[in-house]
Design a protein around this ligand. Structure first.
Ligand SMILES: *Cc1c(COP(=O)(O)O)cnc(C)c1O
Length: 359
């Protein structure tokens, strides 16, 4: 694909120094360029352009500063051994960004333009895609409501931008099993709320529980349903899977949890392998019973940032549940190897999940 005539490119005069692949953290360093466009009611989305990465400027009265009318996405570009640069299921992110927008009264973006903008931006900053195992270029599209008005209503103007950050492993500690604290006071989502939307404001509410759990020595919290605080929903900002009695169980998409692209990929792989999987409600009581009976075999979280995160221990009030002796389980390891293999071009992509970034 050639450079889209609609996307103006203004390149940086001098490129920034790039960090070595073994020095990468998560989301602290940004590439040379970003994509930006604006929306207003008269012209729709317009002024698509790629410009040097730098500050965006907004008046203090802009709606997003006050009411959190914002949406975001997260996906990655990977460097394959044969030199190709691959994106993993970017069309799913385009669709989900519009689903989030729909929930928050943000006008839709042309999905073709969303993917094209990412391809153009990655192609321009291609030398920022790291190539060491476990590294990738994290891509963050986001939308801000920019109308200068303090009354509460859907904004009449928006800014959409895409920034990119070369990243190492998300937790900075490789892929060792994590210790998880079951959060029984706060909830991240309720029926009718925004749990299925990547809405900026829905993440601040999670911080306090995460901080409390971290102080007690845990890596993440396990969120329960907002109504009865009985059923498993998500772990940190990941979807969650449990393997009990050779059946892999994950909570269903009923509006309170994120329809994760990684979650969907895991379910597709399990079906392909003939591993029995169920999307159904799963209570902490059932998990504790399975643990007592010795049939809780493994558990893991899924999400773009860390791909697959094994869970080695669950703390539910006074009950400590060790899972698989704190080691990574068989299915956990296999989905991790397969998905990261497909993402980096090492495993044949039989599902058509990857798309190559054109020159
Ligand atoms: C983004 C996100 C996920 C993971 O979705 P992926 O598409 O797999 O990256 C899961 N839970 C929450 C709350 C999220 O924000």
């Amino acid at each position: 694909m050639s450079v889209d005539a609609n996307i103006d490119i203004c390149e940086v005069g001098e490129k920034k120094p790039r960090p070595a692949d073994d020095e990468l953290g998560f989301g602290t360093i940004f590439t040379d360029h970003m994509f930006v466009m604006e929306y207003d009611e008269d012209t729709g989305w317009h002024d698509h352009r790629i410009i040097p990465y730098g500050p965006l400027s907004f008046e203090p009265s802009s709606a997003f500063f006050h009411y959190g009318q914002t949406a975001f996405e997260g996906l990655k570009a990977y460097s394959a051994d044969d030199g190709r640069t691959l994106l993993f299921r970017p069309w799913e992110n385009a669709r989900r960004m519009n689903a989030t927008g729909e929930r928050l009264c943000i006008p839709p973006i042309d999905e073709e333009l969303f993917v094209r903008a990412i391809e153009e931006l990655v192609a321009l900053d291609r030398d920022w895609v790291p190539s060491a195992p476990g590294t990738s270029l994290y891509i963050r599209p986001f939308i801000l409501a920019t109308e200068r008005y303090l009354g509460l209503k859907p904004s009449s103007s928006y800014t959409f931008a895409i920034i990119m950050s070369p990243v190492g492993t998300y937790h900075g500690r490789g892929n060792d099993p994590t210790k998880i604290y079951v959060e029984t006071e706060h909830v991240r989502s309720i029926a009718g709320g925004v749990g299925a939307a990547k809405a900026g404001g829905n993440y601040a509410r999670c911080l306090k529980a995460e901080v409390r759990a971290a102080r007690k020595g845990f890596h993440q919290v396990l969120w329960l349903d907002g109504q009865e605080k009985k059923y498993v929903e998500e772990v940190g900002t990941m979807n969650v899977f449990f393997r009990i009695d050779d059946v892999v169980v994950t909570p269903p998409l009923q509006g309170t949890i994120m329809p994760g692209v990684t979650r969907d990929s895991v379910l597709t792989l399990l079906e392909d392998w003939g591993v029995k999987a169920q999307e159904r409600r799963l209570s902490l009581t059932e998990i504790a019973d399975a643990h007592r009976a010795g049939s809780l075999q493994e558990a893991f979280g899924t999400g773009t940032a860390a791909v697959i995160t094994p869970i080695g221990q669950l703390q539910w009030d006074d009950l400590t549940m060790e899972i698989n002796d704190g080691r990574t389980g068989d299915i956990t390891g296999r989905v991790h190897e397969t998905i990261t293999g497909i993402q980096s071009g090492k495993v044949v992509d039989r599902f058509g999940w990857t798309t190559e970034v054109p020159d």
